[in-house]
Design a binder for this molecule. Structure first.
Ligand code: PEP
Ligand code: MG
Length: 903
């Protein structure tokens, strides 16, 4: 019989750390912590397989399937905790927390229910046994509130406040209590009844009093939360497969809200924002875990050093800090010492930075969770470098721990020093997630998304963020919140995204439509800037610059260099881009799109002159004017990449891309080129195509207008000869685009080779050059053995290859791809991540057939996929020599290539 439930508690566990697939990350680690002697409240994990079954079979069948195992597990938990579920007075009542836990953590995305088991009997016993009536009734109202929301669907209607919070606010107002903690038991008793009435009114049924009914309701609600829109969006963005499902962790409650000897907190074994090797975190006295996560109360620092830094940032005096915001180290030194030992033990055990949750119940410390902590790109790099130097991990582990895409954050702008010196600081908050961001204020996630869709740079400004704001956070450049701590939702999620975030900004008041700082009001569209590394908020737009790339970043690049087989080139059309990419470690250019060179300055006019020419002579005359310009371009680019291969592609796009569509511009063109406007109009009309992507482009241009190929080949070889004479080592690789048959390539080859020969004779110098083709039409891939008879290299143009294999126009796919992704027809946008099962086969076939006739055939990829980590891994497996990508993705591709080699 399949086992669905795994128990843990009192130093024993049925699961362990490497069972994450079955038990989820949280469940596996709860088991492991028990096994290594860390104090963890007893409980059990229902496996992720059950989630899958739940989605297929539904609630009743799954409850039937689980019933016996869960009853047995509850009995074990009762023994371990010396408490009784559904107690009628004979023992301490066992209250439960029910939490989700997928294979990888999805913070805040799924549901949790705490204080389960509570009812009119249990609350009395809890009050009696704990000697704290206020705590017992507070727990009861929390339970109704959370269960009412999560399981019974009682929530604020649009534009209204949360109905439960409204009651709390009213009572506090009426009686003059400042915080929830000041509300006495007598009032909580009344509140509990009001809460029950709210549930009855909104959900239409009585609040369930039977603990077993409560338990099954909560377990099913956790499974249901796997499919909430925010969980689905998060999975899409983070590429978490839908079929993984979530586990459910049912665990004995321990209470951080039993009074002033209790508390709860979140801590990290190193700094998740900077990577500094410093234990840090936040806690709240007399609170439950959700209070820290929700970011409603401002939590205190755990360590003394953290507390002092915090005070310094806030301008709080040492006296005030000690009296009002003492660290846990000062407030509860013994508990702190134990926590400090445990965090070290856990980091050493997992050999990675741990993100931990704990609760102190009446002076006793319990660990509720540990996981490898999410971190910024900068922290990811620093921690790996430090841990390698500390001897905790080896180079291979350090390298495999890099999430290639996160390196992007390190390559991104920081504020320009001069600009920032002149900027006005509006406020200072917590440096929740580093980086610099500038943009216009948007006060709702929806507006942030809309403005970003219009191409605007947006800062999402919120009182606090909730998981519903996720889409807006993705769309924004940065996030600013009025409330919350370093471990609030906004901070944790922003760090995971590598997005700049400042939280708990001093002196700002945020509404749904504006933000007030002092007497200044900011409305939607007004610009502000954020420094997520210092917590500063600035007025207006502040200029940014690219950061430096030595130090720890350089070390990571060196590990990549030490461990890679494939090398990385760049797609660049200018010497400046080539230089940046070379600094990032690019070894050559995989694609120089020559057409991009025709748009600069007044070059476009010479190109248009060529297009308007009525015969070969006219075209040749116009091309003769383009020749020196092209030669100069190629000279610059070959020089910037001296010693490395530079793949230069002959003209590719359909000619209509160079002519104007609107009448005004057509008139301008006619005037400039001295022809009647009708001539221009006629030409534009004649260039019109129904499917330009499948039309008169690529080598079809070179084969119908051989003079274009002649000019470009001449410009390339002339530039190379000139460089050679000057003592450089140019390595041009001339590439023919969009061939489908070998004959198309053959005819172009004849032109190129004859021009090259002619130029070298003229210049009296020999240069080595290669001649190859793009593989971007399925027929070329399938007949690669014929093509390789002529081509010395293949470069996979996977943009076109994807377009033509799927039959999706690159220009029109955006109309239906979002729906396809939403419906799960496609798992990923195939223009972003290479479709390995379909398009990938063509790459493999072409590589194999090509090399069967030319064993030293050089293979590379230059489509957008060349900088996407999963596609890079595929290219490694397919035996490609290099991948080529845009300059800023070069470091990402280098790490991905080395990782592919190590896996
Ligand atoms: C490709 O098709 O993958 C490619 C690199 O060429 P382009 O994007 O210029 O069509
Ligand atoms: Mg192409």
């Amino acid at each position: 019989m399949t086992k669905h439930v795994y128990t843990f508690g009192a130093g024993k566990a049925e699961g362990k750390a490497d069972m994450k697939n079955l038990l989820g990350g949280k469940g596996a680690n709860l088991a492991e912590m028990n096994l290594i002697g860390v104090p963890v409240p007893a409980g059990f994990t229902i496996t992720t397989d059950v989630c899958t079954a739940y989605n297929k079979l539904g609630k009743d069948a799954v409850i039937d399937m689980l019933k016996a195992e869960v009853e047995k597990a509850i009995a074990d938990t009762e023994v371990a905790m010396n408490a009784k579920f559904g107690s009628k007075g004979e023992a301490f009542p066992l209250m439960l927390s029910v939490r989700s836990g997928a294979r990888v953590s999805m913070p805040g995305m799924m549901n949790t229910v705490l204080n389960l088991g509570m009812n009119d009997d249990a609350v009395k016993i809890l009050a009696e046994k704990s000697g704290n009536e206020q705590f017992a009734y507070d727990s009861y109202r929390r339970f109704i509130q959370m269960y009412g929301d999560v399981v019974m669907g009682v929530e604020a209607e649009e534009g209204e406040h949360d109905p439960f919070e409204e009651v709390l606010d009213r009572v506090k107002d009426e009686k003059g209590y400042k915080t929830d903690a000041e509300i006495p038991a007598e009032d909580y008793k009344v509140i509990v009844e009001e809460f029950k009435a709210i549930v009855k009114e909104k959900a239409g049924i009585e609040f369930p009093t039977n603990p077993w009914d409560q338990l099954w309701g909560a377990v099913c609600a956790v499974f249901d939360s796997w499919n909430t829109p925010r969980a689905i969006l998060y999975r899409q963005k983070e590429q978490i497969p839908e079929e993984w499902g979530t586990a459910v962790n049912v665990q004995a409650m321990v209470y951080g809200n039993m009074g002033d000897t209790s508390g709860t907190g979140v801590c990290f074994s190193r700094d998740a924002a900077t990577g500094e090797n410093l234990f840090n975190g936040e806690y709240l006295i007399n609170a439950q875990g959700e209070d820290v996560v929700a970011g409603v109360r401002t939590p205190q620092e755990i360590t003394l050093i953290g507390s002092r830094r915090w005070a310094e940032r806030n301008g709080t005096s040492e006296e005030k800090r000690k009296a009002t915001f003492p660290s846990l180290e000062e407030a509860m030194p013994e508990v702190y010492a134990q926590l400090n030992d445990i965090q070290q033990k856990l980091e050493n055990h997992y050999k990675d930075m741990q993100d931990m949750e704990f609760t102190i119940q009446d002076g006793k410390l319990w660990m509720l969770q540990t996981r490898n902590g999410k971190r910024t790109g900068a922290a990811m790099v620093k921690m790996a470098v430090d841990m390698l130097e500390e001897g905790m991990i080896d180079e291979k582990t350090a390298l495999l721990r890099q999430e290639p895409n996160k390196l992007d954050e390190l390559l991104h702008p920081v504020f320009d020093k001069e600009a920032i010196a002149n900027a006005t600081v509006l406020s200072k908050g917590l440096p929740a997630s580093p980086g610099a961001a500038t943009g216009m204020c948007a006060f709702s996630a929806k507006r942030a998304e809309e403005l970003a869709a219009e191409g605007k740079k947006v800062i999402l400004v919120r009182r606090e963020t909730s998981p519903e704001d996720l889409a807006g956070m993705y769309a924004a450049e940065g996030i600013l919140t009025e409330r919350g701590g370093m471990t609030s939702h906004a901070a944790v999620v922003a760090r995971g995204m590598g997005k700049c975030c400042v939280s708990s900004a001093a002196g700002i008041t945020v509404t749904m439509t504006s933000m007030k700082i002092g007497n200044k009001e900011y409305k939607e569209g007004d610009f502000i800037s954020l420094n997520g590394s210092t917590g500063e908020v600035y007025d207006g737009e502040v200029a940014t610059i690219t950061p430096s790339l030595d130090g720890d970043f350089g070390k990571v690049m060196q590990w990549a260099e030490n461990n890679t087989r494939m090398y990385v080139r760049t797609n660049a059309d200018s010497p400046a881009d080539a230089e940046i990419a070379r600094e990032f470690g690019a070894k050559g250019i995989g694609l120089c799109r020559t057409e991009h060179m025709f748009f600069e300055g007044d070059r476009i006019w010479k190109m248009r002159e060529m297009i308007l020419a009525e015969n070969v002579e006219g075209r040749k005359a116009a091309l003769a004017k383009l020749l020196p310009i092209q030669r100069e371009d190629f000279y610059g680019i070959l020089k910037a990449m001296d010693g490395f291969g530079v793949t230069i592609r002959l003209l590719d796009p359909p000619l209509h891309e160079f002519t104007p569509n609107d009448l005004e511009s057509q008139k301008e063109m006619a005037e400039k080129l001295g022809v009647p406007v009708e001539v221009v109009k006629e030409k534009v009309e004649s260039l019109h195509e129904f499917n330009p992507m499948l039309g008169h482009r690529g080598c079809r241009l070179g084969n119908t207008y051989p003079e274009i190929t002649e000019m470009q080949a001449r410009a390339i070889i002339e530039a190379a000869c000139d460089l050679k004479k000057e003592g450089f080592d140019p390595k041009p690789e001339i590439m023919v685009p969009l061939i489908g048959t070998v004959k198309e390539l053959k005819l172009q080859e004849e032109i190129i080779r004859s021009v090259a020969k002619e130029v070298m004779t003229e210049k009296g110098v020999e240069v080595d050059y290669m001649l190859g083709t793009m593989i971007e039409i399925p027929r070329a891939a399938l007949t690669a053995n014929e093509v390789a008879e002529v081509a010395e290299f293949f470069s996979f143009g996977t943009n076109d290859l994807t377009q033509m294999t799927f039959g999706y126009s690159r220009d029109d796919a955006a109309k239906f791809l979002p729906v396809y992704l939403e419906k799960g027809i496609l798992k990923q946008d195939p223009f972003e991540a290479l479709d390995q099962t379909g398009v990938g086969q063509l790459v493999e076939i072409a590589a194999e057939r090509g090399r069967s006739v030319r064993s030293n055939l050089k293979l590379g990829i230059c489509g957008e996929h060349g900088g996407e980590p999963s596609s890079v891994e595929f290219c490694h497996r397919a035996g490609l020599d290099y991948v080529s990508c845009s300059p800023f993705r070069v470091p990402i591709a280098r790490v991905a290539a080395a990782q592919a080699n190590l896996k």
